[in-house]
Design a protein around this ligand. Structure first.
Ligand code: ASP
Length: 341
């Protein structure tokens, strides 16, 4: 029997960091050296190979070029491996997992993002469990097919759909939540897969990798006191093509005339405006309150229950695909990779 082959893609993050003795700060480190310190990996019933970013990074430095690098590595080795585990800093992991979910269309193999809150060399590290279980999840097969056929994020005993996650804690081992979609799998004494929640891609379709991402996008979070100058300044950003408004509750916003006028004008100038709630759970329901009726009337795009991370990366992806402005609203409001209802 052929052994399942897994590729570990190391991009950086705390998992592989070491303390700089002079400053005491954590810095990215050569992962190949660290891998040698995890003898447990030899006990796994799969063949593991690794590929590291030339310069591992703290994930706060991630940008679309890194996403293209991850996607290209997967594209180039797609037929060689049965699954992929991406080691990544937790700070922006939800953005990267969301971006990759769009970039890898018709994915039929697991791509599991993981990382840790403490470096792998730390006595109390969470890195070993996260890494080992992620590899086991990526290696799960039934009837000669991968069980997980989507981009997931594994952290602290739970596998989530990557584009449904948000980093909710900078300190707890349970750093991520997926409030609008249940866990895909849970790890306890047994690894329990919730088959009913998995994406089931069309197996006849081939992997298509999209590498064009347009970053002419912005996010504007509402707060009481939010004023006209701020809105004007964001909307006058050169080349701005889409703006996410992080609204209150179920998609509500102030009803001031200046806000309506500026948004209407932006839309007239071709800027896509999207309503995404700043709550971590729940959905935008435009029209439920009077304070969202004005947004509905001006045909603002409904972000429904999408996370901000999945929304901003969906915008980069759709704008990069040159989706026609007429179809943009309909396509954005359609779930492409299970990122929204
Ligand atoms: N700052 C780190 C990073 O995101 C934190 C982590 O790895 O969890 O790269």
């Amino acid at each position: 029997m052929k052994k399942t082959k897994i590729l570990l893609i190391y991009t950086g993050g705390t998992i592989g960091m070491m303390k700089d003795y002079k400053s005491g700060a954590l810095k990215a480190f050569n992962f190949a050296k660290l891998l040698k310190n995890i003898p447990e990996l030899n006990q796994l019933d799969c063949e593991i190979q690794s590929h590291s970013f030339e310069t591992p990074i703290d994930s706060s430095n991630i940008n679309t070029e890194h996403w293209v690098a991850i996607a290209t590595t997967i594209e180039e080795t797609y037929h060689e491996y049965d699954g992929f585990v991406v080691l990544h800093g937790s700070d922006t992991m939800s953005y990267s997992a969301s971006a990759l979910s769009y970039m890898l269309e018709n994915l039929s193999k697991p791509v599991i993002f993981t990382g840790s809150q403490l470096p792998i060399g730390d006595l109390r590290t969470d890195a070993k469990e996260n890494l080992i279980t992620s590899i086991q999840i990526a290696a799960l097969r039934e009837k000669d097919k991968a069980v997980i056929q989507e981009v997931g994020l594994y952290f602290e005993y739970k596998l989530y759909r990557g584009n449904r996650t948000t980093k909710i804690n900078a300190e707890h081992f349970e750093a991520f939540a997926s409030l609008n979609y249940p866990a895909l799998a849970e790890s306890g004494v047994h690894l329990k897969v919730h088959y009913e929640y998995l994406l089931k891609p069309n197996k006849l379709k081939k992997l298509v990798v999209h590498k064009n991402l347009d970053t002419n996008v912005a996010i504007l979070k509402l707060f009481p006191g939010f004023n006209e100058n701020l809105l004007k300044s964001v909307l006058s950003t050169p080349n701005l093509k889409a703006l996410i408004i992080e609204t209150y509750g179920a998609g509500n916003a102030p009803t001031d005339q200046w806000l309506i006028d500026h948004l209407k004008n932006a839309k007239k100038n071709g800027v896509q405006v999207i309503n995404v709630t700043q709550c971590s759970g729940g959905s935008v329901i435009m029209g439920q309150y009077e304070t969202s009726e004005h947004l509905q009337q001006m045909q603002v795009i409904n972000g429904k229950d999408i996370t901000t991370e999945a929304a901003i990366t969906k915008l980069m992806y759709l704008l990069g695909m040159d989706v026609s402005p007429k179809l943009f609203k309909t396509i954005f409001e359609t779930p492409l990779r299970g990122e929204m209802i």
